[in-house]
Design a protein around this ligand. Structure first.
Ligand code: GLA
Length: 741
């Protein structure tokens, strides 16, 4: 791993174990992108990578240089209005309305390590792992503005972290209209764009399509990264699959409005831009002020999508997740929501906790309905004190009894929200985001607090902190159940109103920052009507995120499989719930619901006090099994084998492998059973070729190469199911592989 700066030629080459990222200072002083891909040798200059031809009908940099045409060049962080007609990386508006700026190279510095960005979630190198950061200083001489482009690399990680910082060092006011976090120009367009889109209860389904001329984009204007589109995208060579081929991954460490944009231009080159969505953003930059963009992650591999997901998962574990939880096994939890909804009292909760203890569960989570006088979703958000009707002895009394059972105790909050029917609203109607004089649009009967007001963040820090201390909380589920409408900041000047969406997210991050640093032992799980804020900004504070309100096993296969491309299993909250499923009405076997949930941060969300003796027996066993292989399920190397997004969408299989490759667990699930089905084999992955393994404690021992290349016979499930008198639809098969001899 190294950063090489060739001062004479103005060439910068960042090498990780397997990748090279190269750019250079062009003749006009701006930066030109040269290469991102498999590692190549360092040379002082790469003329071959920067050659260009003069083209007709194209604008030149200046009269004397008709051959220097910005529109045909690959740029590093493109300016607006100077002859590059593709979408720019930033746009600055001067007092006179001009949108032209030209940041030219001034100097560079290489600093050891990777420092966190104050106020924003960001990658770090706390272990002093020898990360290096290259900062390119640019200036626009005309305006006095400066721009710092930052690039960090980390040992043994094929990942690059980028961001941009604008400093107004001049004497005039400017408005930053667009400010993407990073840009990448690739020399051709023979890629597929893969993105993860859906909706509430249908999050992160994989979509793959060839690039075509013009702009394709996904994004959010909901002030949340959203269930509709996830900020993680990939560009893959058309033939690339799970195990082979070139794949780029891009993601933002951000939870607000975003735009991921891919543009194929007239010369069939590709420009990728990721950052805050310009449609709802601008930032006033007074003299002396700065604007820091969120960070953007680039990652590249020639080893297919499994390779990409694996290197991202490792990077997040080492450089983004809270270190305390990054590799700590997560507790098996019971959440009371689908068991009781709002209808519970202390007795009911304790009966659930007692049963949970008997089953081997480790964490009891009390969901919505414990505060104010909240018996449905129309009241009490903002009143963060216990409902004395439901919990007359108080929250701390309940917590004490749960802790006495040797269970951990956690609570649900929705800190950003307020109900009109609440004491908080009576006291502070001005804290609600609204446009004076206009009607407010409700979402789930609730409204949003103005997190740009410091007193709002202070109130919540104090209210939540008190409960964390009194009830000795071990866990918090931080929910967010509506998107923001009537966006307006009562405390912001008219020319700052477009800052509001980003300032709102900064307020959310401030509260997270204060809570997680004051109470570092508390495990946070983020949630937004299920998986509506499943992003790296949240991951920095909350190691887990509720993947979806949809816990139907067949649908969860799609949601979890899609999510796994960009996020590690340990982040995916995955629970077993009752059947018929609340979202689909579908009945799936307990074994399948459980096997699907195993590949995540595992738990239960059903009335366990109503389990039959047989179910109790099975669940005890299943929890024992999960605990035995927990570290493998949560932190093992994940290999996707058969995709539920392929062809008939009928089968999913995947596998986790231990670091030493001595243990692996695979799961294969089918959706509908087929009569007289084809002969089927499962091709395991990631094993040691010359190591022998048993499969489900078989007498026969198999070499790893045989299991990977010749595969393992999968019996049709029909006979066993007929024998047991159950449907063969939605059945699963688990395979436990152990190295022997
Ligand atoms: C959201 C969450 C659920 C649950 C409810 C409570 O929908 O996604 O898991 O917490 O809120 O109101």
């Amino acid at each position: 791993m190294a950063i090489t700066a060739e001062e004479k030629t103005g060439t910068f080459h960042l090498q990780t174990d397997n990748t090279s990222y190269i750019f250079q200072v062009m003749e006009n002083g701006e930066l030109g992108q040269l290469y991102y891909g498999s590692k190549i040798h360092v040379r002082p200059q790469y003329v071959n990578l920067s050659v260009r031809e003069q083209r007709n009908a194209t604008t030149a940099w200046k009269l004397e240089r008709p051959d220097f045409q910005p529109d045909v060049l690959k740029q590093e962080y493109a300016s607006f209005g100077k002859g590059d007609f593709r979408y720019p990386a930033y746009k600055l508006i001067a007092e006179n309305g001009s949108r032209i700026s030209e940041f030219v190279y001034k100097r560079y510095e290489i600093v050891e390590g990777k420092t966190r960005i104050a106020g924003l979630p960001s990658a770090f190198d706390d272990t002093k792992d020898d990360a290096q950061t290259l900062i390119i200083h640019m200036e626009d001489v005309f305006s006095g503005l400066e721009l710092e482009l930052s690039y960090s690399i980390f040992p043994h990680q094929d990942v690059l972290v980028r961001s941009a910082l604008f400093n107004n060092c001049g004497s005039k006011e400017f408005t930053l209209a667009d400010a993407f976090s990073a840009q990448l120009d690739l020399p051709d367009c023979k890629y597929d764009l893969l993105h993860f889109s859906g909706s509430w209860a249908r999050e992160r389904h994989l979509h793959r399509a060839h690039l075509r001329p013009g702009i394709q984009s996904i994004g959010s204007m909901r002030t949340a990264s959203s269930a509709q589109h996830n900020p993680f995208i990939m560009l893959a060579r058309s033939g690339a699959d799970e195990d082979t081929g070139e794949v780029f991954g891009f993601n933002l460490i951000y939870s607000g409005n975003f735009l991921d944009q891919v543009e194929v231009d007239q010369f069939e080159t590709t420009r990728i831009l990721l950052g805050i969505n310009p449609a709802e953003f601008s930032w006033r930059l007074l003299p002396g002020q700065s604007f820091q963009t969120p960070e953007c992650i680039f990652s590249y591999t020639a080893a297919g999508m499994n390779g990409l997901s694996q290197q991202l998962a490792r990077f997040y574990r080492e450089h983004l997740l809270p270190a305390r939880f990054a590799e700590t096994e997560r507790p098996v939890l019971i959440n009371n929501w689908e068991a009781t909804y709002f209808d519970f009292d202390e007795k009911k909760l304790l009966s659930i906790a007692e049963k949970a203890k008997e089953l081997g569960i480790e964490l009891f989570v009390l969901d919505d309905g414990w505060f104010g006088c909240r018996n449905d979703d129309t009241t009490s958000l903002g009143d963060w004190f216990a409902d004395t009707d439901k919990l007359p002895l108080g929250l701390d009394h309940l917590a004490k009894q749960i802790h006495a059972m040797q269970l951990k105790f956690g609570l649900w909050f929705e800190p950003e929200m307020i109900s009109l029917d609440s004491r908080l609203y009576d006291r502070h109607p001005e804290w609600v985001i609204h446009v004076p004089g206009r009607a407010m649009s409700p979402g789930r009967n609730q409204f949003v607090l103005d997190f740009t007001r410091q007193e709002v963040v202070d109130y919540l820090f104090e209210a939540m902190g008190r409960i964390i201390e009194d009830a000795h909380l071990d866990y918090i589920k931080w929910d967010m159940n509506r998107h923001i409408t009537e966006m307006f900041g009562a405390c912001l000047a008219p020319e700052q109103q477009m800052e509001m969406p980003h300032r709102y997210i900064l307020g959310v991050y401030q509260l997270y920052e204060r809570l997680t640093s004051s109470y570092p032992h508390v495990l946070f799980e983020s949630c937004a009507s299920g998986g509506g804020r499943f992003d790296l900004g949240m991951m920095y504070y909350a190691p887990q995120a509720w993947a979806s309100d949809n816990t139907d096993a067949a649908e969860r296969m799609l949601i979890q499989f899609g999510t796994s491309y960009g996020y590690p299993q340990s982040m995916m909250g995955a629970h077993v719930s009752a059947v018929p499923n609340g979202q689909t009405g579908r009945v799936t076997p307990l074994e399948t619901r459980t096997a699907v949930a195993f590949f995540g941060a595992f738990g239960y969300e059903l009335d366990i006090t109503a389990l039959s003796a047989e179910e109790t027996f099975k669940i005890k066993d299943q929890i024992k099994f999960y605990k035995k292989y927990r570290s493998l399920f949560q932190f093992g190397t994940l290999y996707r084998i058969e995709s539920p997004f392929d062809d008939e969408q009928n089968v999913m299989s995947w596998q986790v492998v231990s670091n030493d490759k001595k243990h692996a667990v695979a799961c294969r699930c089918q959706i509908l059973n087929r009569a007289n089905p084809p002969y089927t084999r499962i091709y395991f992955k990631g094993l040691t070729a010359d190591q022998k393994y048993t499969v489900n404690d078989s007498a026969e021992k198999f070499y790893g190469d045989e299991l990977m290349n010749a595969g393992f016979f999968v019996q049709q499930l029909m006979d066993a199911c007929r024998h047991a008198g159950v449907s063969a639809d939605f059945q699963e098969a688990l395979f436990v592989l152990k190295a022997v001899e």
